[in-house]
Design a binder for this molecule. Structure first.
Ligand code: 3HC
Ligand code: NAI
Length: 696
């Protein structure tokens, strides 16, 4: 039974049990209808509670049903049925009450929550809006401003805040079921308090307009949030039933948008990345004690990430003095976490006195379960570090490198235990960014791979499996689409126009603003490293070398592509850049031409998708969805476009293949179509087809 009805004394107990998260499938909807009928037919019942089995209250509509023909009974009708009950119904909330789950609770006549429960309407993160009364019942219960905040931010409200704003009536620290039964007994025989009958708050059009204006800045290009604001405002000036009807109409319109499809692809892709056949049934090694080598940008971030996840961390630097410097930096980062409310001062003190130490001696790593190396990006240095690790690490310890580009197979050969060596490629800042590429070398043991994924889960990160090549999935693709942008600059486009066109497309930042943030020295050093392997027809971004030679390294020097000063801490365009670019083009004998924004996006995206196809075709990424998850979580790709491979499917692969063919007429060295893209485009296939096949 997905939904069960029993009676205890005068209370009808309705229990939803649909693991893992009690999503509202057709079975749950039908079951609730039957349970309500049973309640109202049960002469011995004077009130009811709705409980959920398992780890959470209802987490929302069943997302797997989206995009398929709707099946009766519809959720708004189920909730109307709950609200219409002549006997008071109490929702007893634990875990998370999200989306349609919260809407069920809003349809009940009273709400009681466990002290650690969380409540929210996250529909906009899926390109939707509340579609079962959330836009109409929530404002009646908590007021206009609080409801618009919850609906447009998708924020989860904790139980204490929910009580304060009137979203729940009571909070319980002890036994939720007992307290809910008691609450129901108190309400037994009373007239149910129906949310839809509460007077609607006064419509404040100015508030709605200001929220919509701010959404244009914070969520540009996204349709669901402003639509949700419209639904709230429009509905509140109508009778309740009509308000519900217009909400449903807007919800169904959003259901048909490409943004909804993209965001739900992202949701499932982020969960499917761990679903790999070679990990099935493979137990991870136990990891409690972590070693980190190198306490620079990445080592410090990795250490903090592990400490925040309650792991024990030993950091090794080059000597005691460097170790002390690294420890001071980590102390400051933990302090900032205290400032942001992520850590209590007591916990910080306990971490620093018990769980963390920084030393200059590799021997301290002898009992570590997993060691992550984050020293300079130089093969000789990494080889030395791994040879020393081989001497000190205990048998069975996982030895990981955080290298961005280097050959993990070669690093593994520096040890006598290549089966224990893996790449764990964190992103900067490592205690903030959620992506982790788990780089599997030729001889990495399966349980070491499983350990990489298990560690990611512990650190609350999204792990994606990657194979060994220069740059793995993300940085390899970045090198390619970045080269497409640089070629456009050489041929006449302005970096500012490229940044604008791509932020307009939805990227968090354009590539030249990103260069300034990372530092132009990083790209310069990478070009130096790759110079020996360069093909004569590779186009070198000489302008970037010039900026480097002028000491214009980006934000850290106040000037790179943009100028940064007190007046414009976020950067402004530099009028002198055009002259530098003209000079470079003249030196190379290039006659500059104009690019429009559409061509900029087409070239950048075609390069990204083409290299993504190559990465999948070469087996570096397991499936196209893995590429999407990397670009979404590590490279600022707009989530509402679903990732480059999903975006390509939505555009149509033949069009992208044609673009590449057209671009190749000017440069058939750079623009060579990936075999996978060519084949799929020719036979009417989609990248998405490969997601299905390989997961099954
Ligand atoms: N529908 C279907 N499946 C769902 C689901 C949903 N609403 N929510 C989670 N799942 C599935 C996941 O895909 C995953 O499946 P898998 O094990 O096969 O990969 C499994 O449940 C567990 O999910 P998580 O791994 O995410 O578990 P966590 O414990 O980390 O998180 C959660 C639990 C906070 C509930 C999180 O899953 C979540 O945020 N879910 C989505 C909630 C949501 O967006 N609800 C709104 C839906 S839209 C709606 O309700 C419309 C309404 O207004 C009409
Ligand atoms: P960094 O220069 O900030 O830090 C390197 C640290 O390693 C320094 O503190 C140095 O003293 C220490 N170190 C050097 N040799 C050592 C040795 N033999 N033993 C102990 N400590 C030693 O470098 P960063 O940026 O932290 O990069 C580290 C690694 O992480 C590199 O492989 C890099 O490619 C990779 N990486 C960097 C990212 C970034 O955005 N900075 C992102 C992802 C990976």
């Amino acid at each position: 039974m997905i939904v069960d009805y029993q009676r205890e004394g005068v209370i009808g107990v309705i229990t939803i049990d649909n693991p893992p998260v009690n999503a509202i499938s057709q079975g749950v909807r039908a079951g609730l209808m039957d349970a309500l009928a049973a309640l109202n037919a049960d002469a011995g019942a004077q009130a009811a509670v709705i409980l959920c089995a398992g780890r959470t209250w209802v987490a929302g509509a069943d997302i797997a049903e989206f995009g398929k023909p709707p099946m009766m009974p519809h959720l708004p009708d189920v909730i109307d049925r709950i609200e219409a009950s002549a006997k008071p119904v109490v929702a007893a909330i634990h875990g998370t009450a999200l989306g349609g789950g919260l809407e069920i609770a809003l349809g009940a006549h009273a709400r009681i929550a466990a002290h650690d429960a969380r409540l929210g309407l996250p529909e906009v993160t899926l390109g939707l809006m509340p579609g079962a009364g959330g836009t109409q019942r929530l404002p009646r219960l908590v007021g206009l401003a609080a409801s618009l905040d919850m609906i447009t931010s998708a924020r989860q409200v904790g139980a204490a805040e929910a009580l304060k704003i009137g979203l729940v009536d009571r909070i319980v620290t002890g036994d939720l079921t007992r307290a809910a039964m008691q609450f129901a007994r108190e309400l037994a025989g009373q007239q149910p308090r129906r949310t839809s009958e509460i007077a609607a708050p006064t419509v404040d059009a100015a508030l709605a307009d200001s929220i919509k204006a701010s959404l244009t800045a914070t969520a540009p290009g996204q349709v669901a949030r402003p639509r949700a604001v419209d639904a709230v405002i429009e509905g509140l000036s109508l009778p309740f039933d009509q308000g519900m009807a217009q909400e449903r109409a807007k919800f169904m319109e959003l259901m048909d948008t490409p943004q909804r499809a993209a965001l739900i692809h992202a949701f499932f892709a982020e969960r499917a990345v761990t679903n790999l056949p070679d990990l099935k049934g493979v137990p991870a090694r136990t990891v409690d004690r972590i070693g980190v080598i190198g306490g620079g940008t990445m080592g410090a971030g990795i250490a903090v990430s592990a400490l925040l996840a309650d792991l024990d961390v030993t950091l090794v630097e080059r000597d005691a003095e460097a170790a002390e410097r690294a420890a001071a930096g980590i102390g400051r980062m933990l302090e900032a976490s205290v400032g942001r409310g992520k850590l209590t001062p007591d916990r910080r003190d306990a971490i620093l006195s018990e769980s963390f130490r920084a030393v200059g001696d590799y021997e301290a790593l002898s009992d570590a379960d997993l060691i992550v190396e984050a020293v300079f990006e130089k093969m000789e240095v990494k080889e030395q570090v791994f040879a020393r690790l081989d001497a000190v690490a205990r048998p069975g310890a996982v030895l990981a490198t955080n290298t961005s580009y280097l050959d993990v197979n070669r690093i593994a050969q520096a040890t006598g235990r290549p089966q224990d060596v893996i790449g764990l490629h964190f992103f900067s800042p490592a205690h903030v960014m959620r992506l982790l590429e788990v780089v599997v070398a030729d001889r990495t043991a399966p349980d070491v791979v499983a350990t990489g994924f298990a560690l990611a889960r512990k650190l609350k990160k999204i792990a994606v499996r990657a194979g060994v090549c220069d740059g793995f999935i993300g940085n390899r693709m970045l090198a390619h689409y970045r080269a497409a942008a640089d070629a456009m600059v050489l041929d006449g486009a302005s970096p500012y126009q490229i940044d604008r066109a791509l932020t307009e497309f939805g990227f968090a930042m354009g590539p030249y603003a990103v260069s300034d943030l990372a530092g132009l020295d990083i790209g310069y050093l990478t070009r130096q490293r790759m110079a020996a392997d360069r093909h004569p027809r590779d186009r070198v971004p000489v302008f970037a070398d010039r900026l480097y030679e002028l000491g214009r390294l980006g934000r850290k020097t106040g000037r790179g592509y943009y100028i940064y000063d007190d007046k414009d801490p976020k950067g402004r365009e530099d009028p002198e850049l055009a002259g530098l670019l003209d000079q470079v083009r003249a030196d190379l004998g290039i006659a500059p031409r104009d690019f429009d924004d559409a061509e900029i996006v087409a070239r950048y995206m075609a390069a990204m998708v083409n290299e993504g196809a190559r990465v999948v075709g070469d087996g570096i990424a397991a499936r196209p969805l893995d590429v999407d998850v990397v670009l979404l979580n590590g490279y600022g790709f707009p989530r509402w476009r679903g990732g480059p491979m999903h975006w390509a499917d939505a555009q149509g692969l033949p069009g992208i293949a044609d673009d590449i063919e057209r671009f190749s007429r000017q440069d058939d060295h750079f623009w060579r179509i990936a075999p996978l893209l060519r084949d799929l485009a020719a036979k009417g296939g989609r990248f998405g087809d490969l997601n299905q096949r390989s997961v099954a």
